[in-house]
Ligand binder design. Structure first.
Ligand code: B12
Ligand code: SF4
Length: 543
């Protein structure tokens, strides 16, 4: 927990999220800096770090000016609701302000909750400070751009505020972070850091353009280099995880940052996310420079190796050749690359899935430093493809609580249920297993029968090819429980086969609270042709 107490106290709450603890909540640290600059005293309660947040709330809420909650779609919503209800009971007079991605994308629905008084939309620093100044003087919020609010049960919508250059805002309040506590919980002395916000691309499964209007909004190179290196030195950081939407948008700037880190002589690992087309604009020597400056990992939104699906995602900037080239460049520089994959996108056929697994299998076997993170397409709120999703039978949850179950790792797609989903899940398991074997030369049979072939067949609905069955049995036989094997890699292999499915399947609930089943076309296993755009009927998406 991060604390600073006083009479003009502003309590900022980060609910806990699914998955491993990532680090201090950067959004709230950034808000805290502006709030403090305006003369208020921020207190950050991070429930992802301290599960016992109720004790902290009981201590901080009496005597505070307002309660602010930061929220992403998914499991964070559970804590957000619980904490807000408790605050409302303890201090019925205290304004409760929600902000962050989920409230910005689902503003009316969030404001419908009895425990939400104000929603701050998009970038929050300036809007929150103005709200505090008005609350303090008991003024209403009519003039505050960037927020919607509720009074006497009526919702008032103020115009959105234009995005401020981040260089004009105070630097996040890193001095409030208890790095020892985060190190103990995360297992590394690590700091999330944004050198920019916004991405100019417009992939239609992503909300970045809705939030930041496709505007790349960076800090200056000198600011980044001097701040990151001094934070790394002062707090003995082992790792800096850049959370920029797409770090390489300005490749010259990115290289200048890397050069600055290298020249500073301060040693730390760093990582970022970007797209393969941008990494391919760098020469091999420039990628080596990234590695020399401390880059150990890059995440790529590779998503699919089917050109048709990439087009449907409006991801025309990425070509299949870029994926191979990215893998080669990263492996040569010994930078770990993770290719994130999305399966089940509207219009994706089983042939497209098999193609993705085949290409990724080939990349995985050729390049040592590449790993894969396959996921089923998740319909987050506000993504531009929602009109098509609705036509395909996906129903949006009708309350804040309904969105709590929409998280990565669950399958809400009506067209990807039953056998089709089983085949995909099996295909992904085979594919991951094969990739592990390729990376584990000491495991028996590692290179004798590439399982991606089985994966491609499994996902295309044929199951393991008869000719491959003996090989599969041999793998299974080799894959005894870990206790009976000397190699840890074999333990992993065994666990992989023991997992029936990698992803849970829960169709999204419709307004009536019941599942919204969808009949699948008998010929192609996709949603009924009548509910799909003409171009996607039966065989594939056409350009
Ligand atoms: C770091 C990160 C995480 C971290 C930390 C999240 C956090 N709360 O800080 C972790 C690992 C936990 C995470 C998890 C997930 N993430 Co994430 N994550 C990011 C990432 C890369 C950076 C966020 C960030 O730090 N930005 C910089 C800071 C300064 O901005 P900010 O946090 O947005 O905060 C500003 C405003 O939002 C606002 N604000 C925020 N909170 C509040 C609160 C108040 C009171 C106010 C007034 C204003 C306000 O003001 C802040 C300052 O301007 C973004 C993508 C991006 N580039 O932004 C995705 C992103 C936010 N994540 C996303 C997703 C989908 C997820 C996951 C669902 C996916 C997954 N991998 O499982 C999970 C959800 C977790 C859960 N529900 O259990 C989506 C959001 C979709 C959505 N509808 O919510 C994003 C946008 C990625 C994308 N382009 O799709 N994520
Ligand atoms: S490149 Fe990444 S951040 Fe940019 S729009 Fe596409 S998915 Fe979103």
């Amino acid at each position: 927990m991060l604390a600073a107490s006083g009479s003009r106290r502003v309590v900022l709450f980060q609910p806990s999220y699914a998955g491993q603890l990532f680090g201090p909540p950067l959004g709230l640290l950034s808000l805290a800096a502006s709030v403090r600059e305006a003369g208020y005293e921020p207190v950050i309660i991070d429930a992802a770090l301290h599960r016992d947040y109720l004790t902290a709330l009981a201590r901080e809420i009496p005597g505070s000016l307002c309660f602010g909650v930061s929220l992403l779609t998914g499991p964070m919503i559970h804590d957000a609701i619980q904490a807000s209800q408790i605050v409302r009971e303890t201090r019925p007079d205290l304004p409760i302000i929600f902000g962050g991605w989920h409230p910005s994308l689902c503003t009316p629905q969030t404001l419908n909750e009895p425990f939400v008084d104000v929603v701050v939309r998009h970038q929050g620093e300036k809007t929150l400070v103005e709200i505090l100044q008005r609350l303090e003087r008991n003024l209403d919020l009519h003039m505050v751009q960037g927020c919607w609010f509720k009074r006497d049960g009526r919702i008032y919508q103020n115009p959105d505020r234009s995005v401020s250059p981040i260089s004009d805002l105070p630097l996040p309040a890193y001095d409030l972070v208890d790095f020892d506590a985060y190190e103990a919980a995360v297992g590394a002395r690590k700091l999330p850091y944004a050198t920019s916000i916004g991405c100019p691309y417009a992939c239609n499964y992503c909300t970045d353009m809705v939030f930041y209007n496709r505007r790349f909004n960076p800090y200056r190179v000198e600011e980044v280099v001097s701040e990151v290196t001094s934070l790394a030195r002062r707090h003995r950081l082992a790792e800096v995880a850049l959370v920029d939407s797409n770090f390489l948008v300005d490749t010259r700037r990115a290289l200048a940052i890397a050069r600055g880190f290298l020249d500073s002589g301060v040693k730390f690992r760093w990582s970022f996310q970007t797209s393969t087309d941008l990494l391919c604009r760098l020469t091999d020597e420039e990628v080596e420079l990234l590695a020399a400056s401390g880059v150990t990992h890059i995440g790529f939104g590779t998503e699919s190796a089917s050109p048709e699906v990439l087009r449907a995602m409006n991801k025309r900037h990425q070509e299949i050749a870029d994926m191979y080239e990215t893998a080669r460049k990263c492996s040569q520089a010994r930078i770990r690359a993770t290719f994130n994959l999305i399966f089940g996108y509207p219009g994706e056929t089983e042939q497209h899935r098999a193609q993705t697994l085949r290409v990724m299998g080939e990349i995985g076997s050729r390049y040592e430093y590449v790993a894969f993170s396959p996921n089923v397409f998740t319909p987050y709120p506000g993504i531009p493809i929602w009109p098509q999703l609705r036509e395909l039978g996906v129903a949006e949850p009708d309350s804040l609580a309904g969105w709590a179950d929409v998280d990565l790792g669950s399958n809400h797609l009506p067209w990807l249920q039953g056998k089709s989903f089983e085949r995909l899940s099996r295909g992904i398991s085979y594919f991951l297993l094969n990739n592990k074997l390729d990376k584990a030369p000491s495991a028996p049979l590692a290179h004798s029968q590439p399982l991606f072939f089985l994966a491609a067949r499994a996902v295309a609905g044929h199951g393991p090819a008869p000719a491959c069955r003996p090989a599969l049995s041999a793998y299974r036989a080799a894959a005894q429980p870990p206790s009976q094997q000397s190699s840890l890699k074999i333990g992993t292999l065994w666990r992989t086969f023991s997992l029936p499915t990698a992803i849970t399947s829960t169709p999204i609930r419709s307004r009536s609270g019941r599942c919204s089943p969808i009949r699948l076309c008998k010929r192609c296993g996709q949603p009924p042709c009548s509910s799909r755009p003409v171009s996607t009927r039966h065989s594939s998406i056409r350009p």
